[in-house]
Design a protein around this ligand. Structure first.
Ligand code: NAD
Ligand code: UDP
Length: 311
């Protein structure tokens, strides 16, 4: 197939491009590089089956020739990024999703939206199944991301219903791995880089909030299986192994053998208190469940950041 990946120079997008190429597809990565980098896809440059288009998908998207499938990943994703770029985040979730869906319709291509566990907000049901409607504060600082993704889901469903298009929605939970930016503010790169530098790990609040971390190759495999399936979703893609952020900090200190201690900072407004995916749908319908244990995935991620920090 010929596949477009918006956000293809980002963290997950670049791993997805690699996986699709290794499955024998031709891939176009499209990105405006607001939070991504061509460094993430430099090793793919020069291949006949890969190309990169520098473009902001909130503007009309032109792609020459046929397209079979579009993965729409373009969007700032780290809380620090979407707080720094609130309007761009709202625009890419709304206008960008509209343009990407319009392109999919024009090309009669399949479409997969990279949505997020943030559509559940600060959840009142735990773990979160797909039929939970969520608890989102539309006017809080995180609302720019959460509501953009909720709008994007509604738009994908409207195109499915009214244009009979093959649209799919993946709700991705916290994903980590090589090619996250050291400074993107998310807890995995933050703690690893602090530990490697023997600086205190900055635990927000009392650290009793929970997250469930999924290695990037598992997330990408879930996205590919959803593309290949006959279901539309939404489908949760995430690792159900849940831990508190305080436990996670201790885990990182042990893993890196760091002399770091813990320091506490204020909990950001509307920070979800718990998060864990119910993956019954993905395991039942896609035959998918995460395969990479936390220790293995984090070891690879630590190696990546060791390499970066010693550059
Ligand atoms: P990322 O910031 O590394 O990648 C996003 C990419 O989108 C970047 O390369 C950025 O430059 C690009 N982009 C943003 N706005 C754009 C625009 N207007 N036009 C073109 N490109 C644009 O983030 P990521 O972690 O790789 O996330 C990828 C997708 O997965 C996002 O849609 C995110 O919401 C979703 N997601 C990620 C996670 C996670 O834990 N990483 C969890 C849930 C959902
Ligand atoms: N967090 C933290 N210290 C940091 C960065 C994040 O304690 O330096 C916490 C944050 O408050 C949240 C969790 O770690 O409870 C995960 O944050 P992240 O930004 O990775 O993603 P989120 O799941 O909130 O989107």
């Amino acid at each position: 197939m010929k596949i477009l990946v918006t956000g293809g120079a980002g963290f997950i997008g670049s791993h997805l491009c690699e996986r699709l190429l290794s499955d024998g597809h031709a891939v176009i990565a499209m990105d405006n590089l607001i939070t991504g980098s061509t460094d993430n896809i430099a090793h793919l440059a020069g291949r006949d089956d890969f190309s990169f288009i520098h473009h902001d998908v909130t503007n009309y998207i032109f792609v020459q020739g046929e397209l079979d499938f579009i993965f729409h990943l373009a969007s700032p994703a780290s809380p620090a990024d979407y707080l720094a770029f609130p309007i761009q985040t709202l625009k890419v979730g709304s206008l960008g999703t509209h343009k990407a869906l319009g392109l999919a319709r024009e090309k009669s291509a399949g479409f997969l939206l990279a949505s997020t566990s943030e559509v559940y907000g600060d959840p009142l049901i735990h773990p979160q199944p797909e039929d939970y409607w969520g608890n989102v504060n539309p006017v809080g600082p995180r609302g720019v991301y959460d509501e953009a993704k909720r709008f994007a889901e509604a738009l994908a469903f409207a195109y499915r219903r009214y244009h009979s298009m093959d649209t799919k929605i993946a709700r991705i939970f916290n994903t980590y791995g090589p090619r996250m930016r050291a400074e993107d503010g998310r807890v995995v790169p933050a703690f690893i880089c602090q530990a490697l530098a023997d600086e205190d790990l900055t635990v927000f609040g009392n650290g009793q909030q929970t997250r469930s971390f999924c290695f990037v190759s598992d997330t990408v495999d879930g996205l590919v299986r959803l593309m290949e399936s006959d279901i539309s979703g939404p489908v949760n893609i995430g690792n159900p192994d849940e831990m508190t952020i305080r436990e996670f900090a201790d885990f990182i200190i042990d893993l890196t053998g760091s002399g770091s201690s813990i320091t506490h900072r204020d909990l950001p407004e509307d920070d979800p208190k718990v998060r864990r995916p119910d993956i019954s749908l993905a395991s039942g319908r896609l035959g998918w469940r995460p395969a990479v244990p936390l220790l293995e995935g984090l070891s690879k991620t630590v190696d990546y950041f060791r390499g970066k920090l010693s550059c």
